[in-house]
Every structure is written in structure tokens, then in C-alpha cells.
Design a protein around this ligand. Structure first.
Ligand code: AMP
Length: 505
């Protein structure tokens, strides 16, 4: 019987003895073992009553077993709902209440805290630990490795991923079998993955980047990966001699650059470094190329849409851009309010359409309707522009736009100017309530160690470079910008911290 996603993920499977997970830092798994191992877990799921269409919520540490659980869910026709390991019991309670999974799988250390959550929402609770411990692997050890994969079509749901929710309530993005399969197959071609590739996988697997982009691409290509529990820059550099590519968030690259071991020689066998999930500073791109000879390939995607754009494999990978719309993806830039096209090169709302775009938000028909245009384009919430060569530039999230004295200020433009100043590591520009201007442009800056740059210095430098209305009303210095696990700067936290600085009186 056909299972759209599983069949396509396994269509390119190489000879059974070929490694899928390279033994090394962790245990290895061969392609031949994938079916029996996921089959055992699929039998456990089916045995405890998980039916096609049921949700399976998973909050576990990264492990090979967790990956096999994902494949088992696909095979039983269940909808996997991976949850950030950092979520508290109260947060998990919201997701479980919202998604009503038949089964909740958690780390053994969290079982006691989450048992009441499972009970309250009538979900069965099983445990899975990072080293093969827990009730699920125990059951799987005695289960039959043969499993008749359940039939599922392209439009059936494979996953619900809750958006990172840096503002407002987290929404469950419903992803179909074909959303995932079509994006993975296209990326294999676009990024030239083959069975010879060895990926360094150091991303979490509760997010689209580590779970779908990385894992699905490797499966589709019949390639293999080093599957690391977490990102450790020294370990990643040591593995480069045995690998061919790395998929990372921008913080991976800044942290790699801080290692003296990152050299041309250390990365000589690598063919591709990919970055996404948050903006890569143009400076990081340039520094990385100077140190290693590799131009990082930056791409742009989101939970709801999988991957939308990518810099080219051959051709210029332009720092500060996210490249071209991927094959099959239609992308346009429009006036946020009206949806009318903007003039060539102008900033507007990025909208996308294609087989990559999700099926809507779980049990939020109104929210779903509000985020699609009548002609099927999804309103991403990202502001951007397309330059004369067709490269897409992301200017920031729509909600991060600052409106000061009636003028639109795009934080990225101001951040770019500040980041270019000597002594600056990085910056975040936010709008906070201001008695005269509505919002005051406010810069939060991280200085290099020993740098003496102060507020007056920043303002003096910007005075020559930016129109008055774009210049910050205040410049504040911090040791680090707050970031979530995917490396995104949490501007909502900064806005909260500094909301009172211009208070009248
Ligand atoms: P998530 O759903 O957690 O993957 O977050 C998606 C959001 O991350 C997008 O809507 C963008 O705002 C941002 N993002 C992803 N990739 C990039 C990139 N290469 N440059 C800038 N922003 C990005």
C-alpha cells in the first residue's frame, strides 16, 4: 500500500548495509535497519491504539530512537507533534489540550511532572530517554519488526509543528505528506545531495530545520549523517574531515568562527555549509569565507512553508540575501494592507504559494483564513524586497517594523549601519512606546570586548548615514541579545524590558 511520505523518503534507499546514521559520537544505524527498527515502534503505536490521523505528541531529548519514532508515526499514519524540550509542564499542557494527542511520549525524567497533563487530556503516556531507556524502547524490543505501513495520500497530515510563538499564542501548523516530501526532494536536487554526502546534524529535532530539512533530505538522498546530541563547535570542526556538509543556524557559524581550529584545512573535505532559521550577518558570511574558503549558502523558510528560497548552489551566494525562490515556489512582494504588488525593488510583505505551503493552523480556521489571500498565497509576515538580480532580501518581521512619528523604520537597515561600526558585535533595533513619536527607535547593542564605543559615538556615526527619523532615540548596551533555541533574537523580550524608557515625566 502506498504511504506518500514514507515511500518517497525511502525511494532512494541505498544498499542495506549503508549507514544512515554514522557510528562515531553515537551509535550507528544502517539503511537496512531503518524498516525493522521503525517497524517495531510502529507495532507498539498501533498496539496501544494509535490510529491513522491520531496525533502523537513528543517531548524527548534528541536521539536516534526519537528519529525512528518519527518514521514510525509516518508509517502508522499518525500525525507527529514534536515539542521543544525547553517547554515547561504548563506549556506542554497547552499543546496537549489543543492537539488532543492519543499518545504523549516524554523523557523518563519528566514522566512524573507530565503524567497529570496526559491524564487531564486523556492521552496515553510513554517514555523515551536519550540512551535507549524508557517504556517505549522496552515495548519495542519485544515487538515484531515487520509492519504493514498504513496507506496515506499526499494531502493527509504528517505533522503539526507549533510555531515558535515569539508573539501571541503558539499556532499548530498542519503539514501534509506532500508538503514534506515535495520540499525534501526538491532540496536534494537544488543542493546537489547524493548518497555520498555525510551531514553533520547538530540541530534540535523538534523544529522544521533539524527534523524535516536535514533528516528528510538525507533520507531522500540515501546519504548519511553524524547525529550529534547538541552543537559543540570543537566537535563539529573535528568531524569535518569525515563529513561533506553542515546545516546550521547563524549562531553555529559565529561560534565556529570563535574557534581557532576553524581553518581551510579543517574544512577541506566539506562541500556545503547551509544557514537558515534566522538572518546570517553579512559579516559572518564574509569572515567565514575568508577563514575557510567556503561561501555559506543561506536559505529562507518557516515552519508553515518549509523552504521558500535559497542562494544558488552554483553562482553567487550573496551575503545578506536569502537567494531565489526555490523551484515550484511562487514568491511575491506586496503592499501589506492591500496585497497589491509593490514597485520593483520596493519593500513589502513576502507571500508564497506552492506545494511546500502548509494546510492551515490546527483548529484555527479564522486565523488560517486571515493569513491566506484569496488566490492562495500565504502571507508570511516577513517584510522583504527583491533586488535587480532577483535575490530576495528579508528586512524583518512585519511585527518588528517600527513606526516613529508616522514614518516606517525597518530595523534591519538601522542594525546594518550599527553592525558596521568598529567595536560592535551585533545589534537589535526595536520600537518602544514614546510620548512624542508613538514609537521610539531604540538600539540594543553588543560591543566587542574592550570596545569603548558609547551612545554618543553610535549616534554621531549614524547622524551622517541615516535620515533623522531612523536614528535611534536611545542606544543601550548589553552583553548578549536574548535568543531562542533556533538563534532568533527575541525582540518581544527586548520590547518588554525597555518599554518604559521614554515614559513621560
Ligand atoms: P520558524 O517558523 O521558527 O522556522 O521561523 C520562521 C521565520 O524565521 C521566518 O518567517 C523568518 O522571519 C525567519 N527566517 C528564517 N530563515 C531566515 C533567513 N535566512 N533570514 C532571515 N530570516 C529568516
Amino acid at each position: 500500500m502506498a504511504n506518500h511520505l514514507f515511500d518517497r523518503l525511502t525511494a532512494g534507499a541505498p544498499a542495506p548495509g549503508t549507514p544512515f546514521i554514522q557510528a562515531g559520537p553515537g551509535p550507528g544505524v544502517s539503511y537496512g535497519e531503518l524498516k525493522p527498527l521503525s517497524g517495531r515502534i510502529a507495532n507498539v503505536l498501533a498496539g496501544i491504539g494509535v490510529k491513522p490521523g491520531d496525533r502523537v505528541a513528543v517531548q524527548v531529548e534528541k536521539s536516534v530512537d526519537a528519529l525512528l519514532l518519527y518514521l514510525a508515526c509516518v508509517r502508522v499514519g499518525a500525525v507527529i507533534l514534536p515539542l521543544n524540550t525547553g517547554y515547561t509542564a504548563a506549556e506542554v499542557d497547552y499543546f496537549v489540550g489543543d492537539a488532543e494527542p492519543a499518545l504523549l511520549v516524554v523523557d523518563p525524567a519528566k514522566a512524573a511532572a507530565l503524567a497529570p497533563v496526559a491524564a487531564a487530556h486523556h492521552a496515553r503516556l510513554e517514555t523515551l530517554g536519550p540512551s535507549g531507556e524508557g517504556s517505549l524502547p522496552r515495548l519495542a524490543a519485544h515487538a515484531d519488526p515487520e509492519f504493514r505501513t498504513v496507506s496515506r495520500g499526499p494531502a493527509d497530515l504528517a505533522a503539526i509543528l507549533y510555531t515558535s510563538g515569539t508573539t501571541g499564542r503558539s499556532k499548530g501548523a498542519m503539514l501534509s505528506h506532500d508538503n514534506l516530501a515535495s520540499n525534501a526532494e526538491m532540496l536534494v536536487d537544488y543542493w546537489r545531495f547524493t548518497s555520498k554526502d555525510v551531514l553533520i546534524h547538530a540541530l534540535p529535532i523538534f523544529h522544521t530545520h533539524g527534523l524535516f530539512v536535514a533528516t528528510n533530505v538525507i533520507l531522500c538522498a540515501g546519504a548519511s549523517m553524524f547525529f550529534l546530541p547538541r552543537f559543540d563547535p570543537a566537535e563539529v570542526i573535528a568531524l569535518m574531515a569525515k563529513a561533506t556538509c553542515l546545516m546550521g543556524v547563524p549562531t553555529f557559524y559565529t561560534r565556529l568562527l570563535a574557534q581557532p581550529g576553524l581553518t581551510r584545512e579543517a574544512s577541506a573535505s566539506m562541500r556545503l555549509f547551509i544557514s537558515g532559521s534566522a538572518p546570517l550577518l553579512a559579516e559572518t558570511h564574509r569572515d567565514f569565507e575568508a577563514r575557510t574558503g567556503h561561501a555559506i549558502l543561506e536559505r529562507y523558510g518557516m515552519t508553515e512553508t518549509n523552504m521558500n528560497t535559497s542562494n544558488p548552489y552554483d553562482g553567487d551566494r550573496v551575503p545578506g540575501t536569502v537567494g531565489f525562490p526555490l523551484p515550484g515556489v511562487s514568491l511575491r512582494v506586496v503592499e501589506p494592507e492591500t496585497g497589491a504588488p509593490v514597485e520593483a525593488g520596493a519593500i513589502g510583505m513576502i507571500e508564497v504559494k506552492g506545494p511546500n505551503v502548509f494546510q492551515g493552523y490546527w483548529r484555527m480556521p479564522e486565523k488560517t483564513k486571515a493569513e491566506f489571500r484569496a488566490d492562495g498565497y500565504f502571507i508570511t509576515g516577513d517584510l522583504g524586497r527583491i533586488d535587480a538580480r532577483g535575490y530576495v532580501h528579508i528586512v524583518g518581521r512585519g511585527k518588528d517594523l517600527v513606526i516613529s512619528g508616522g514614518f516606517n523604520v525597518y530595523p534591519k537597515e538601522v542594525e546594518g549601519e550599527i553592525d558596521a561600526l568598529p567595536g560592535v558585535v551585533e545589534s537589535a533595533v526595536i520600537g518602544v512606546p514614546h510620548p512624542d513619536f508613538g514609537e521610539g527607535v531604540t538600539a540594543v547593542v553588543v560591543r566587542k570586548p574592550g570596545a569603548t564605543l558609547d551612545e554618543a559615538g553610535v549616534l554621531a556615526a549614524l547622524a551622517e548615514r541615516l535620515a533623522k527619523f531612523k536614528q535611534p532615540k536611545a542606544v543601550l548596551f548589553v552583553d548578549d541579545l536574548p535568543r531562542n533555541t533556533m538563534g532568533k533574537v527575541q525582540k518581544n523580550l527586548l520590547r518588554e524590558t525597555y518599554k518604559g524608557i521614554y515614559a513621560a515625566g
